[in-house]
Design a protein around this ligand. Structure first.
Ligand code: PRE
Length: 92
């Protein structure tokens, strides 16, 4: 394979691995949050918190030259999955 393309792909593979590890850590914490919410009778979703997260990350994306709409969609996708996990924990 072309050496340049091979080097780019090695870098992509490292970045993808880091993303998986970071997501695994995030879901570890949100699992604990879900258990806390379920035992303290707190609602699975907190729309105010989500609004603040999205607004903050949109700004960070702009600073980093990343598409803020893409960033919001990505975060929304993750948070929606977290809320589904929280709902399952609440149902027991
Ligand atoms: O911070 C919380 O309360 C969470 O449950 C975590 C989290 C998130 O994944 O960031 C998920 C659901 C809430 O609506 C807000 C944020």
């Amino acid at each position: 394979m072309d050496e340049t393309l091979k080097r780019y792909r090695e870098s992509i593979d490292n970045i993808d691995a880091a993303l998986v590890f970071m997501l695994a850590e995030r879901f570890k914490v949100t699992q604990a949050v879900g258990e806390y919410k379920a035992t303290h009778d707190l609602p699975p979703a907190d729309p105010g918190r989500e609004e603040r997260q999205i607004s903050r990350l949109r700004q960070l994306a702009l600073d980093a030259n990343l598409d803020p709409d893409f960033t919001e969609k990505f975060l929304r996708f993750i948070i929606d999955e977290v809320i589904r996990h929280h709902e399952r924990l609440r149902e027991g």
